[in-house]
Write a protein that binds this ligand. Structure first.
Ligand code: BGC
Length: 763
């Protein structure tokens, strides 16, 4: 259930729901991510992923290939569970607070407060001997002080007086989560960390650990404040490797006692002396009242929602789900260029913390329109890893260009199974697409000149090096895998070719536009760009082969796709989905069956390449053979349906996407949220229902209100302006809140917002 800006769920301490709640009530701020696990722990047979993560912190592990073929990746990076500072045991006169295993829970709920930026767990519990306690635990990862995590643990004695003892843990060496039966998770989980230093220093616990292979160092410091009417005493000890701070405090009936635990984290990726940094963060935080930190958090969020708040009138649940998704995207967004956005953000270990194309294709569009600086951080990470992408290209055998890794943490390829990993060259297209959209949306030519054009040129070079001119003069791209991972290693995947065409065209276009700028002159020299190479890019773009089938009047997914038998989805038992967990990949590759939107996505991204009729026929064709086993799919079907005027379909696909994690639709939200889908859900409204597009001709809109809704509105930024679009059944209003006059297109016709600051269209 969700009310206003809060997600509220009853907590039954039921093992089936606990790990789902760990994801939904995770606290993260783009740097740290803390799963919503229970301070007191759970019985050993309860499934739990007890994790604390830092963006970009990783270990290197072996990924033994069954056959050692040339240049296959034999090592991969995996995210680190960095420590455990969330464990706090409470006992009252020797009786432990353990709601998931003893006594009785009289009432309990979990709250995610998105306006104030913290989670709460409230539990009314009766101990086996009849003591009644009210426990309220607030957790916050601070958006302003990004290294800081706080737990405010409040105990109220409802019917007794006694002595409360808090044992607060700092465990430096912890293990990662694993599930050998699920390819989307790590298959083993040793402890990757070794301790370099740990101990207490003036009551503060500290540890410095190092990942054994990567050498990444993690510093953790914790400290406590206790608020109570009676005098407390505290002592520290080390036990079983853990640093434990024990605080004893008498409590009287109807009184409250609050323990505030501060944890600070730092790492050697960002800091020369992470321990000093973590200590500094703690000592500064401890000087401040927790209320002041809450207040800052609230202010941060109010400015975030001011820039992004989506109002949906007519479906409260939907509006709440969309807000939850946006909040999760913010929790995942990096505040520097040391990391990208993992498929699960910082909310869990699914996909081992790897960054995929998900970020650029699905998440960047959200930040582009709400907080372009965050979008720039994400793209700057790709720039920072460009040299590794060039090494990756060399490894595969390319002579020139950059091939971004399919999955990575630092920029090196981490996918073991290359047919649905490294072969997915379309990741280059996604990164290029995001760079182009960044420039078209922000007009930030500094970024383009300093970083963007270099990314575009190096990715375009890769296409030139991969493709060949066929006998009929078309530029062909062979042996790649498109977005649909149930079809691998094919020739001329329509999506890949279309995005390569876009990449090649804009690499040449922007290079020529800025070729006299000092940054580009220097770049030309540094990476040796010649005019003939730029001409080659233009030629390959214009001669790019885009498969079309006369019989069906559609774009086949690739050269051989339509010759394969169609998988009978209606005869496939429900429990066989997702197919990837039940059928050998080779078997899947031999059928027309799609895991996710592929050609349909390219129609949405590059609509000018085909007639409306072809796109609609393609949509109908792929609709029948797509399982949506990937969470990246229904949102794309929704936005493409909107673009094609298929309103009923758009709404139905959107419904599947918006509540995917809240309703645990893919039954794996326990492993982390699906960030790409969350971004895709935003796109389904903004780019789909509202038809908002940004291209070389500028901004255009073509909105409608889907059945069942009355009205929706959202703010967005465009080239330095703040705007707000409101769409009603009988009226569209575009308001210019800030910035210069605007010329934009409505249904293809030029319109203007000038002095009146508002454009209104009656319907
Ligand atoms: C999808 C990919 C996606 C990955 C991570 C896979 O299931 O097929 O497109 O990048 O998940 O979200």
């Amino acid at each position: 259930m969700q009310t206003d800006t809060r997600l509220i769920k009853k907590e039954n301490y039921n093992p089936k729901e606990l790990n789902l709640h760990e994801t939904l009530f995770c606290n993260a701020n783009g740097y740290i991510g803390i799963r919503g696990t229970l301070e007191e722990g759970v019985p050993s047979d309860f499934p739990t992923m007890r994790g604390q993560y830092l963006a970009g912190a990783y270990e290197i592990i072996q990924m033994k290939q069954a056959e050692s073929l040339c240049n296959l990746v034999e090592k991969k990076q995996t995210m680190l569970n960095i420590c455990d500072t969330q464990t706090i045991h409470l006992s009252i006169n020797g009786e432990d607070f353990l709601p998931s295993e003893s006594g009785s829970v009289l009432d309990a709920e979990r709250i995610l407060d998105m306006e104030r930026g913290f989670t709460e767990r409230k539990t009314h519990w009766k101990s086996p001997s009849g003591r009644e306690l009210m426990i309220c635990i607030k957790r916050m990862t601070h958006f302003g002080v990004k290294e800081l995590f706080t737990i405010e643990y409040e105990l109220e004695a409802l019917n007794f007086s006694g002595v409360a003892v808090f044992d607060s843990y700092h465990i430096a060496e912890v293990s990662n989560y694993s599930d050998p039966n699920d390819p989307r998770l790590a298959d083993e989980s040793p402890c990757y960390l070794k301790t370099k230093e740990k101990g207490f220093w003036e009551g503060t616990s500290y540890s410095l650990t190092e990942a054994k292979e990567s050498g990444v160092k993690i510093a953790v410091v914790t400290d406590h404040i206790i608020n109570s009417n009676s005098k407390s005493d505290s002592m520290v000890r080390e036990e079983g490797g853990a640093l434990i701070t024990r605080i004893r405090v008498p409590i009287k009936k109807n009184e409250k006692v609050t323990l505030i635990k501060y944890s600070a984290f730092s790492d050697s990726i960002r800091e020369k002396d992470p321990k000093a940094k973590a200590r500094k963060v703690i000592s500064e935080a401890m000087k401040r009242n927790i209320e002041e930190l809450y207040c800052e958090q609230k202010n941060y969020l109010s400015s975030f929602f001011m820039k992004s708040q989506m109002e949906i009138d007519g479906d409260k649940e939907l509006e709440d789900a969309v807000r939850f998704n946006m909040y999760q995207l913010l929790q995942a967004a990096p505040h520097d260029s040391y990391s990208g956005i993992a498929a699960k953000g910082l909310s869990g270990e699914g996909y081992e913390g790897h960054f995929f194309w998900d970020t650029e294709m699905y998440v960047v569009p959200f930040f582009l329109l709400t907080d372009p600086e965050l979008a720039k951080n994400i793209l700057s990470f790709r720039y920072a890893t460009l040299s590794k992408a060039k090494e990756n290209a060399l490894l595969i055998g390319h002579k020139k260009g950059a091939l971004y890794p399919w999955r990575t943490i630092t920029g090196v390829e981490c996918s073991g199974y290359f047919p649905s990993g490294t072969a997915a060259y379309h990741i280059n297209g996604a990164i290029a697409y995001a760079v182009i959209q960044y420039y078209l949306t922000t007009a930030d030519d500094i970024f383009l000149k300093e970083k963007g054009i270099e990314i575009l040129i190096e990715t375009a070079r890769l296409w030139l090096d991969t493709g060949v001119y066929g006998r009929n003069g078309h530029f062909l791209i062979q042996e790649v895998t498109g977005p649909d991972e149930y079809t691998c290693m094919v020739n001329n995947n329509y999506y890949t070719n279309a995005s390569a065409k876009h990449n090649l065209y804009y690499a040449a276009r922007f290079y020529e536009q800025f070729k006299d700028a000092p940054e580009i002159l220097a770049l030309k020299k540094r990476i040796d760009i010649s005019d003939s190479e730029i001409e080659d890019m233009k030629k390959a773009a214009s001669e790019m082969y885009l498969p079309y089938d006369e019989t069906y009047g559609i774009n086949p997914q690739d050269d051989s796709f339509l010759d394969k038998p169609v998988w009978d989805l209606s005869a496939t038992p429900k429990e066989d989905f997702p197919l990837l967990l039940h059928y050998h990949p080779l078997h899947l590759y031999r059928y027309q069956v799609c895991k996710q939107a592929d050609t349909v996505l390219s129609h949405f991204l590059f609509p000018s390449l085909q007639s409306r009729e072809t796109m609609e026929k393609s949509f109908r064709y792929y609709e029948k053979i797509t399982t949506h086993d990937s969470s990246l799919s229904t949102c794309v079907f929704s936005m493409t349906a909107s673009m094609l005027g298929l309103k009923k379909e758009a709404l139905s696909y959107f419904g599947d996407s918006a509540k995917l994690d809240l309703m645990n639709r893919h039954e794996n939200t326990k492993d982390g949220v699906h960030t790409a889908n969350m971004g895709g859900c935003y796109m389904a409204i903004v780019n789909g229902f509202a038809g908002l597009r940004i291209n070389e001709d500028g901004l255009s809109i073509d909105p409608y209100v889907p059945e069942g809704l009355n009205r929706y509105s959202f703010p967005f930024t465009y080239q330095g302006r703040d705007l707000k679009l409101t769409v009603e059944k009988k009226k569209i209003e575009l308001e210019l809140l800030n910035g210069d006059d605007l010329i934009f297109k409505y249904r293809g016709k030029n319109e203007e917002i000038g002095r009146e600051k508002k454009w209104i269209q009656k319907l």
